[in-house]
Design a protein around this ligand. Structure first.
Ligand code: AMP
Ligand code: MG
Length: 406
């Protein structure tokens, strides 16, 4: 029951705990989403091009559609026989030795093989004088040069961000099969917690974790709701969680899981169910972790430690990948980069440290205030510095892996 100072470090590694979590999760069932509502969901099918992109040869500039050979000798004077605007669906035919005025995005007339940009002409209306010759294909976007009909444009597992939504719309899709944003409910426990905005009595603190975790869950792609603070009463915890089950795809609690105190209400309440495992993970902060499922629907539940920095780090390492996995997304964890320490750091033997730091280019500065309650330093951090398990310290100038915070 010790292990807090690295003398007998826990044997469960960060990766083992991550794998156990991912193995227990089933992606949410796909739903059909209107394109306008698809942002943040994850594609559950491949999207193919319904037509070639572009689907017709068209002009990439405002200018004159011509036959390139009619511009070999400059200046070339050509009669202008028509004007085609974008969206004009008429069938135009270019006669040799003539020009048709054409706008960006307008369909190239039959018989034309190039467009002369208006800047290379006198911008004539009935007759145009061309100052520069063009090669065939000049300023023409040809059929299929972006994508061929039937080509796979988006693959299942990609997150629908604005770029992917543009692609789906361009592929002619009104709806897409997606896994929706998981619904996450966050519930914090503790008799000491009061709502920010209310006066503090000595011995109380404002609840920061539930706001932090709901925001982190949203940032990770979920729809998140915050439950009001639950007091340290084992009889109250389970009913509060059960009440949320119908509206949650994932539950997060914070607090009440320390190493065996009688006020560890979350552990007491969930321990009885037997479906949540409490594990010591070889990391700092965030050693006491709990994960399992509750209710008939077997909703996954994370019981995160109460110290705010521990809760935050635990979220990023364990809950973030779980949210992605519920969506069937490929982008599971935080991005990692390599950087050089600007100051020495210390770390408990046998545990992987995730120190708060400021990453700038290829340098990372560890912040002072590395206690798991020191939220002020968390507010200055943009990165988590990883110190491997065997190390008890690393000198200035040492290379480290760094997780980049979103
Ligand atoms: P616990 O895990 O409940 O023993 O809490 C560990 C530490 O985290 C204690 O100092 C708590 O006051 C603090 N803590 C627990 N929950 C929260 C919360 N929601 N917001 C801020 N601090 C908290
Ligand atoms: Mg507590």
């Amino acid at each position: 029951m010790t292990g807090d100072h690295g003398h007998d470090a826990p044997s469960t590694t960060v990766e083992q705990h991550q794998s156990a979590i991912l193995a227990a999760l089933t992606p949410l069932p796909p739903v059909s989403a209107e394109l306008a509502d698809a942002e943040g969901s994850v594609l559950a099918e491949d999207v193919t091009a319904a037509v070639s992109l572009p689907s017709f040869d068209n002009s990439s500039m405002d200018g004159y559609a011509v036959q390139a050979k009619d511009t070999i000798e400059t200046p070339a004077a050509l009669q202008v026989t028509a004007e085609i605007a974008a969206g004009d669906t008429g069938a135009y035919q270019l006669a040799p030795g003539t020009a048709i005025k054409i706008m960006t995005g307008a369909r190239l007339p039959a018989g034309a093989d190039a467009v002369v940009p208006v800047e290379w002409t006198d911008d004539g209306a009935d007759r145009v004088e061309i100052h520069r010759s063009v090669q065939p294909g000049n300023a023409v976007r040809s059929v299929g040069e972006d994508a061929a009909e039937g080509e796979t444009l988006l693959t299942a597992g990609v997150r629908m961000r604005p770029m992917q939504i543009a692609v789906a719309a361009s592929a002619g899709r009104k709806t897409v099969q997606v896994r929706p944003r998981p619904r996450v409910v966050v519930l914090s426990t503790g008799n000491e917690l009061t709502e920010p905005g209310t006066p503090l009595v000595a011995g109380q603190i404002w609840d920061s974790n539930s706001y932090m975790l709901a925001a982190a869950a949203r940032e990770a792609g979920a729809l998140a709701y915050r439950h009001s603070v639950v007091p340290d009463d084992p009889a109250g915890v389970l009913p509060a969680l059960e009440e949320q089950l119908s509206r949650a795809d994932l539950l997060i609690t914070t607090g009440g899981v320390s190493m065996g105190g009688e006020h560890d209400v979350v552990k007491a309440a969930l321990g009885e169910l037997g479906t949540v495992a409490f594990t010591k993970v070889a990391m700092q902060p965030g050693m006491p972790q709990g994960f399992g499922t509750i209710g008939k629907r077997q909703v996954p539940i994370f019981t995160l430690p109460g110290n705010p920095v521990s809760a935050f780090v635990s979220f990023q390492l364990f809950v973030r990948p779980a949210i992605a996995a519920l969506q069937g997304a490929g982008d599971l964890g935080l991005p990692a980069v390599r950087a050089t320490l600007t100051r020495p750091v210390r770390s408990p033997a046998g545990r992987r440290s995730f120190l708060r730091g400021v990453l700038a280019g290829d340098q990372v500065a560890p912040l002072s205030g590395q206690g798991s309650h020191q939220i002020a330093a968390l507010g200055r951090a943009n990165a988590l510095i990883i110190v491997p398990e065997p190390e008890t310290g690393l000198p200035e100038g040492h290379p480290v892996d760094v997780l980049v915070l979103p």
